[in-house]
Write a new protein. Structure first.
Length: 404
């Protein structure tokens, strides 16, 4: 396919994470198309330095202050002429650079919110792999996209599949587009068939062993609890202007059908492919064209039978919390995202049992009235308060008993 001769200028936020590494793999296959302007990391500076040596960005951001000092020393020793920025402000700066056309937003968690908003305000093409931006601040983020004239392309495999399966162009209205509902697929994670009584003794190592995808630890735990799908339900609500009643989750263990759109005439359109994040990443990078991405082609004659199941709500109580947050509205989505981040962190540190993750989130969600944040500062304040409550939560102890 023909394409412009000028290379697309990229800022990759979270370049040392799994999404960032996969993005650079696709970029490296098309040096005539893409040029890396900025990379960022939190603490993984050895990998970041290697990326700098391969892609020669103008800017590099390290958000951890100690790691930033070490990175500067490494840059000085390497002879690379790259400007180092530090802290969250550095992320916002590179996301807003005039020469940057496309921002890969791949920082996990609320830490990616401000820089993703900065990209939206600056009118960038945003490849959104940071679902928390929409979950925590959906209304604010979508408003910033519209006001800034940004282009928003989802990189989560499920939402990218939905994007590909909706009418093109999509007018933002499911009903007038003939869409009956959106079906988000979920692998079911590593514990889809585990006896319920064994879930109480699940270890972090077991929870991070995803059967189909290679992901970071936090996202892997979210997949194991299906909180990732709860957050994706909220994300789909904002991305596609879809009410909760038009969103359904299907467990699909093979992770071949990445999601579906059902139309009012009974047709279902789906996107299929091998489970590899380079597929949605390449789609977003080259959109509306398509490019080779290194992913093995799917041979349907060799693939196993495709299964679809309704989710087990008893096994995956986190999933129900996503729909509950949409029902409650306001700041409820901000609360479950923040509470989940702390719950997962406590689980990974050995301070919380696996099945205490949904209990903590539900306790924080229902323990007090939740305001509707109308500014970024209000979102950040609600996020902070929620995290403090989540850190104090103890199994079988009410917040009232500890004075909250």
């Amino acid at each position: 396919m023909p394409h412009a001769t000028a290379r697309q200028q990229l800022a990759i936020l979270g370049s040392t994470g799994s999404i960032g590494v996969s993005t650079l793999d696709v970029v490296a296959r098309h040096p005539q198309r893409f040029q890396v302007v900025a990379l960022s990391a939190h603490t993984r500076i050895d990998l970041l330095l290697d990326q700098c040596q391969r892609f020669h960005p103008e800017f590099v951001v390290v958000t951890d202050p100690i790691a930033a000092k070490n990175m500067q020393s490494k840059l000085n020793s390497s002879g690379l002429k790259i400007k180092l920025l530090s802290g969250p402000q550095g992320l916002e700066e590179v996301a807003s650079l005039p020469q940057v056309q496309t921002v890969m937003a791949a920082i996990v968690g609320i830490a990616g919110l401000k820089s993703t908003l900065a990209a939206a305000v600056s009118g960038k093409k945003i490849l959104l792999a940071n679902k928390e931006s929409l979950v925590s601040a959906g209304a604010l983020f979508i408003e910033a996209v519209h006001q800034g004239g940004a282009t928003l392309l989802p990189i989560d495999s499920e939402h990218n599949a939905i994007f590909q399966s909706l009418p093109n162009p999509f007018n933002g209205q499911l009903q007038t587009s003939g869409v009956r509902r959106i079906l988000l697929t979920a692998s079911g994670g590593p514990f889809r068939l585990t006896p319920l009584h064994e879930l109480h003794s699940v270890t972090p190592l077991q929870a991070c062993a995803h059967p189909n995808w290679v992901m970071g630890r936090k996202i892997s735990v979210d997949s194991a609890t299906m909180m990732n799908k709860a957050l994706e339900v909220i994300e789909a609500h904002w991305l596609f202007n879809a009410p909760a009643s038009a969103i359904e989750v299907l467990v699909h263990p093979q992770s071949i059908v990445h999601s579906l759109v059902e139309y009012i005439d009974g047709s279902m359109i789906a996107q299929l492919g091998n489970p590899d994040m380079r597929t949605p990443i390449a789609h977003g990078l080259a959109y509306p064209e398509r490019i080779e991405n290194g992913v093995n082609f799917l041979d349907l004659t060799k693939s196993q039978a495709l299964q679809f199941e309704k989710p087990d709500w008893q096994r995956f109580p986190c999933l129900a919390l996503g729909f509950e947050a949409l029902r409650l509205g306001g700041g409820a989505s901000t609360v479950i995202n923040a509470a989940n981040e702390i719950a997962v962190e406590r689980f990974l540190n050995g301070a919380l049992a696996f099945m205490d993750i949904p209990r903590l989130i539900e306790a924080v969600l229902t323990s007090h009235a939740i305001p509707s944040p109308e500014s970024l500062e209000a979102v950040i304040e609600l996020d902070h308060i929620t995290r403090q409550r989540a850190l104090l939560w103890k199994p079988h102890v009410s917040f009232a008993a500890i004075g909250l």
